[in-house]
Design a protein around this ligand. Structure first.
Ligand SMILES: [Zn+2]
Length: 143
């Protein structure tokens, strides 16, 4: 395991005199200051890096498939909504096409941002569950 900066991902946070989790650390790459326990621990063994790369490849594939589906499945409805609302005329196909693409890109980005936010909430909940064993295993959305 390697400790990396939670802000920039740099491993330039190592200190030979780290003795406990409350030691104060400064990242020499971006200047992030914090406690040793706030550093991210990353498994840098070769197998772990291959897994990370595979996960990134899968995420990129899912992301591009989603954008393609959005354009194919929702593009027509989005375009009709824009024409109905009077944003663009149905005959101005060039602008309409541009606006549909923009709407799909926006929906795509908003979705990915929200996925990231949800994942962060899960991680935070998991982290706080680790410190409060009484509520172990509970995640946002659990009833
Ligand atoms: Zn940093």
């Amino acid at each position: 395991m390697t400790a990396v900066c939670p802000q920039c991902g740099s491993a330039k946070v190592g200190s030979a005199d780290v003795v406990h989790e409350l030691s104060i650390i400064t990242c020499s790459n971006c200047g992030w200051p914090g406690l040793y326990r706030d550093l991210l621990m990353v498994d840098t063994s070769r197998d772990a890096l291959v897994e990370v790369q595979q996960a990134l490849d899968i995420a990129a594939e899912v992301s591009s498939a989603y954008l393609k589906c959005l354009a194919e499945c929702a593009g027509r409805s989005i375009g009709l909504s824009m024409v109905d609302a009077g944003i663009v005329g149905a005959k101005d196909t060039q602008s309409l096409t541009r606006l549909i693409k923009a709407a799909c890109r926006g929906a795509h980005k908003a979705t990915l941002d929200e996925v990231e936010q949800i994942q962060k909430e899960y991680q935070d909940a998991r982290r706080s569950n680790e410190t409060r064993p009484g509520e172990a295993g509970r995640l946002p959305g659990d009833r």
